[in-house]
Design a protein around this ligand. Structure first.
Ligand code: ADP
Ligand code: TRP
Length: 325
């Protein structure tokens, strides 16, 4: 199976991204041909500073490699190193009804939040369709929020194939059953845009101080507490063994336990969980040129495939012959 997914370099990755996406991306490497890329063209739709685009791209690459991305087997690259995808975006745009994009909920949500949309944000799903179709991907593992974009991709592939012949493979989505939504330190969904994240590889001291600040209610130490309403417990469930989770569940319900105690244990568990990957992350940080070389190698492999599909699509629409390249 050809598996493809992308992640935007819109900030430093956090444990919500890990449990909601990265962990599954890593584990799907077994038994599949995986294509993962850093979606820097997509990130431009929110106009980040040029410095952030470059820094976060390398950060994401280092995180993935440290967390177990198999650089030999999996094709891993930066989206903008394969510019063919933007040319295919144009060919696809010309068969995409405007109304299809107007119905996209992630676009409508951003507009409802008061963001004044640029054309890139509106056309974002067409670029995503080009990402998927140019590599003839069968399966696209994404969070539930991206499901509609995969449906749109199938629609666009269908319009193109019906008009010009069977060039594209219709992908399946594979919704990552994320361990519910991982809460951030303020209790809202952990998200780069809320600045409430705990990063996998931030200094241990900083992980501890963030965990100690997780919002809890004001139930006194001696009173029973409802673990299912507690942000600390929601995070403990991701890291502790089933036996330990059961013990915390009982201790919450019995009373006599302060949230501080659970937080201390949670901080320990987070540090322990990412400990084995931390050394690799530190090594990569001290050798960014190696990371860039790995991305270049991935781009080279990806580009060979992309160029072939683009040539097929150009030919199908009547632009087969290049006069000027
Ligand atoms: P962010 O909200 O931090 O900007 P993205 O929207 O870039 O994160 O998400 C990248 C991936 O991580 C997506 O597949 C998304 O479903 C997943 N993800 C992000 N935040 C969480 C969370 N709090 N819980 C579970 N999964 C998440
Ligand atoms: N839009 C996706 C997100 O924000 C990232 C992405 C870009 C993507 N291109 C893709 C995901 C292609 C899957 C396939 O999470």
């Amino acid at each position: 199976m050809r598996v493809l997914s992308g992640i935007q370099p819109s900030g430093r990755l956090h444990i919500g991204n890990y449990f909601g996406a990265i962990r599954q991306h890593i584990s799907m490497q077994r038994g599949n041909d995986c294509f993962y890329f850093i979606a820097d063209y997509h990130a431009l739709t929110s106009n980040p500073s040029p410095k952030d685009v470059a820094t976060f791209t390398l950060d994401v690459a280092m995180d993935y490699i440290a967390l177990g991305l198999d650089i030999e087997k999996t094709i891993f690259w930066r989206q903008s190193d394969v510019p063919e995808v933007t040319e295919l975006t144009w060919l696809l745009s010309c068969v995409t009804p405007k109304g299809l994009l107007e119905r996209c909920t992630s676009y409508k949500d951003k507009v409802a939040q008061g963001i004044s949309p640029n054309h890139g944000l509106f056309a974002y799903p067409v670029l995503q369709a080009a990402d998927i179709l140019i590599y003839k991907s069968n399966v696209v593992p994404v969070g539930a929020d991206q499901k509609q974009h995969i449906e749109v991709t199938r629609d666009i592939a269908g319009y193109f194939n019906n008009t010009y012949g069977e060039i594209f493979v219709l992908p399946e989505d594979h919704i990552i059953e994320s361990v519910a939504v991982v809460p951030g330190v303020d209790g809202r969904k952990m998200s780069k845009s809320y600045k409430n994240t705990i990063e996998m590889f931030e200094p241990e001291k900083s992980i501890k101080s963030k965990v100690m600040k997780i919002v809890t209610d004001s139930t006194p130490v001696e009173s029973p507490k409802d673990p299912d309403k507690c942000n600390v417990f929601a995070l403990l469930k991701l890291f502790a063994s089933p036996e330990e989770i059961k013990q915390w569940d009982e201790r919450y319900r019995k009373g006599g336990m302060g949230y501080g105690e659970a937080k201390k244990r949670l901080a320990e568990l987070i540090v322990e969980y990412f400990g084995p990957f931390r050394q690799k992350r530190t090594e990569l940080e001290s050798n960014p040129d190696y990371v860039k070389q790995m991305l270049a190698k991935g781009a080279h492999r990806a580009r060979a495939i992309a160029a072939k599909t683009l040539a097929e699509a150009r030919k199908a629409v009547g632009l087969g012959e290049y006069y000027g390249r």
